[in-house]
Design a protein around this ligand. Structure first.
Ligand SMILES: *[C@@H]1O[C@H](CO)[C@@H](O)[C@H](O)[C@H]1NC(C)=O
Ligand SMILES: *[C@@H]1O[C@H](CO)[C@@H](O)[C@H](O)[C@H]1NC(C)=O
Ligand SMILES: *[C@@H]1O[C@H](CO)[C@@H](O)[C@H](O)[C@H]1NC(C)=O
Length: 701
């Protein structure tokens, strides 16, 4: 029990590595998902396999348990399963008292050919490229000057395999500003992802113009001088900033003569449908070393007003709400629709025409109710654009029939307005009113509404290829330094919506398990497939659980399987639902004896969707959006079998459907004694059921 020797000098201080036993058994501590020993972590950075060692760098605040003095933490592994914590690699400059530069996300390459000239006589360098964030305006040692809050791209190198780093102060930042036509985006220019492109013999960097949803491609022959070549985007999901982009090649169905490229893009907010906050989308296409081109069938049009719409109210007429025939109460008395995109400090987009309802009138403090004139429901659907706060019942649009709310919608904590709609066929022929309610004065206490219309077509939502349909998979990055058929991704298993409030201490945030990526043709579409790495098996405990049933009867049954960390595979036959029924089948996991706590993972045979229900999963009250059900599309295999693999850890479930064409990742915070498992089948029996499960041990032992 003595401190180990001082191995590293960080700004003249000995970074002490205590050898005190650390068991990693605190409440909610993931056992086989990577976490920092303490403090805040977000995006994985600089993933690289080099000289037999996997390196993971990550966004890290050495000063606390929420986002702060962003630095690069560092860990190493020989199997991506057992990780060893290493000293902070790039510590915020001036930490802790006078921070002048933070190290935002980026990547690391091995410069084997010493193109940068950073190598010593004997050693090739590792080179990191990252975003320098400058909290204050300053003149830099390179002679360049930056403005307050500027984001620019810098490099650093290591001659000791990533343990210590030297920033290239002579010329940093090596990309000072975005291209001149985007000069106003200097505070939204980040997250370089660098790789070597063999065919053109060049380094390539992909960098995001976050607010414009554009990825800029730069090339270089020495990692120091960069040339802007092209841009990609916006495309598909754009309901938030684009961050942490990367491109990588994969052979389709393992055919090396049919290689396609994947653009992987983080999005915050505006994640997958039904989630609030962060998500990750991908686009399949081609890349020639300079320009990424999406495959035509990977670009989905932006939804527009549903066809045959009869506009009920588009809020275009100037004047007050009363002039439009609406009844206004509270702060809406005398007010009218907002004109133009700017609302206080927030930028609102996605409205139609010039005017729309924006209840941010005097900031979030504004409250009141707007009620439409009465109308008769004639068409099947009522569609509208909605944005603003996610506050069911508090910042919302309601349909009222006979004075009762029969349909309601709220925003997604996103200023952008998006299409939504209600099936109102049950009310055809009845009189109704639409109400726009804002009764909340705090954060996100406003709602944006536009283009209320009647139609026999339901409004469509924006289609995108989602890497993961759960709420907790963001900033995914793959390893450099592996053969191209070994493409392995790790993502931040958290969400900006509530990430800094999750009930863990002294650390916050875990990484997803490493996932092997491939491209497979599924239902005639080139699809990204993800599977947990095989190395995880090294943590399996010897006793395996397996059981099969010709038919699982309708109802719930307790399994003689329990645990807090497990790898479970469940297969069963698809069912054709009888009309009016919506049968489901699956497992209840991390359940308490009284079942008050439980996480449900299952399949809905009607909608052909995988789901995770964490609404009663344990501690859920730290954010109003946390308790929820998440859905992911999943077709049964050709033989009619549905396959679901579930990785359960002390505070997460990672679910893979089919061959891995669908994944759904969600954090959960159950009690220590919530360890039971049950199997359930609703609205009838489910046939040909097989379950196999292994307990997973700790990766920290
Ligand atoms: C913070 O650091 C900068 C750059 O080293 C220096 O110019 C400035 O005087 C420092 N401010 C304080 C309050 O120490
Ligand atoms: C890398 O380049 C530098 C600068 O030219 C040189 O001093 C060093 O010897 C080179 N190292 C290797 C391994 O090529
Ligand atoms: C508007 O609504 C308020 C509150 O429900 C009600 O008291 C008032 O009579 C309504 N005004 C009109 C003109 O309908």
């Amino acid at each position: 029990m003595a401190p180990s020797l001082c191995r590293t000098l960080v700004f003249g201080l000995c970074a002490i590595h205590t050898a005190f036993a650390q068991s990693y058994t605190e409440k909610y501590r993931p056992q086989y998902h990577f976490t920092p020993k303490d403090n805040w972590m977000n995006d994985p950075n600089g993933l690289i396999y080099y000289n037999g060692v996997y390196h993971m760098f990550y966004q890290y605040n050495p000063g606390g348990n929420t986002w702060g003095a962003m630095s690069w933490g560092h860990a190493t592994s020989r199997d991506m399963t057992h990780w060893k914590h290493q000293p902070v690699a790039l510590q915020a400059r001036g930490f802790p008292n006078n921070i002048t530069e933070m190290f935002f996300s980026g990547t690391v390459v091995a410069d084997e050919k010493n193109t940068s000239g950073f190598g010593s006589r004997k050693k090739a360098p590792l080179v990191a490229m990252y975003t320098s964030y400058y909290p204050m305006a300053q003149n830099l040692p390179s002679g360049k000057s930056v403005q307050k809050d500027q984001q620019a791209q810098s490099i650093a190198y290591s001659l000791d395999e990533g343990m210590t780093w030297t920033t290239y102060d002579a010329a940093n930042p090596v990309i000072l500003d975005p291209p001149s036509q985007y000069a106003d985006q200097v505070k939204e220019f980040r997250d370089p992802s660098v790789f070597w492109h063999d065919a053109t013999n060049k380094w390539v960097a992909v960098i995001s113009l976050a607010k414009l949803h554009k990825l800029l491609v730069y090339t270089s022959s020495d990692l120091k001088t960069w040339k802007h070549e092209s841009e990609f985007g916006p495309v598909n999901a754009v309901d938030g900033v684009w961050e942490c982009p990367s491109f990588f090649p994969l052979a389709v169905d393992g055919n090396k003569r049919n290689v396609k490229w994947v653009a992987q893009i983080g999005l915050n907010p505006g994640g997958p449908p039904g989630t609030i906050g962060s998500g990750t989308q991908y686009v399949v296409g081609s890349f020639d070393g300079k320009k990424f081109t999406a495959d035509a069938n990977n670009v989905y049009p932006a939804p527009t007003t549903p066809k045959d719409s009869v506009i009920f109210q588009d809020f275009e007429k100037a004047g007050t709400f009363t002039d439009l025939g609406w009844n206004a109460t509270g702060d809406f008395v005398g007010a009218g629709p907002a004109n133009g995109p700017i609302n206080g400090q927030q930028t609102v987009t996605g409205f139609s025409g010039e005017r729309f309802v924006n209840t941010f009138l005097n900031g979030d403090a504004t409250t009141g109710v707007l009620t439409s004139p009465s109308f008769k429901v004639t068409q099947k659907y009522i569609n509208f654009l909605i944005g603003g706060g996610y506050n069911p019942g508090k910042t919302c649009v309601n349909l009222k029939v006979d004075g009762k709310v029969v349909r309601t919608a709220t925003g997604t904590n996103n200023e952008k307005l998006s299409w939504t709609g209600w099936d109102v066929s049950a009310f055809q022929g009845l009189n109704a009113v639409i109400e726009i309610v804002d009764s909340l004065t705090g954060g996100w206490g406003h709602v944006n509404v536009d283009e209320i219309s009647f139609s026999n077509t339901l409004a469509e939502t924006q289609k995108a290829n989602w890497m993961d349909y759960g709420p907790d998979f963001y900033a995914a990055l793959s390893f450099n330094g592996l053969p191209s058929e070994d493409r392995i991704d790790i993502a931040w298993m958290n969400n900006w919506q509530y990430g800094q409030a999750i009930p863990t201490s002294p650390w916050r945030s875990a990484m997803s398990v490493p996932r092997t990526l491939s491209l497979k043709t599924i239902n005639r579409k080139t699809t990204l497939v993800q599977e947990p790495i095989d190395n995880l098996k090294s943590l399996e405990k010897s006793r395996k659980y397996s059981r099969s049933w010709n038919s699982v009867q309708q109802g719930d049954q307790e399994l003689d399987l329990s645990g807090k960390a497990m790898d479970i595979t469940l297969t069963f036959s698809d069912r054709s639902p009888a009309s009016g029924k919506s049968p489901q089948f699956g497992l209840v996991l991390r359940a308490s004896a009284d079942s008050k706590q439980q996480t449900r993972v299952g399949y809905d045979f009607t909608t052909k969707q995988l789901f995770v229900d964490r609404s009663a999963s344990g501690e859920v009250g730290f954010d109003s959006t946390f308790p929820a059900v998440f859905y992911a599309p999943l077709s049964p295999g050709n033989d009619g079998t549905v396959t679901i693999r579930i990785l359960v850890d002390w505070s997460s479930v990672e679910v893979f459907g089919g061959k891995g064409e669908t994944s759904l990742t969600a954090q959960i915070f159950p009690s220590d004694d919530a360890v039971r498992a049950r199997i359930f089948s609703t609205d009838g029996n489910t046939r040909n059921v097989k379950i196999s499960a292994s307990q997973i041990g700790s990766a920290w032992n």
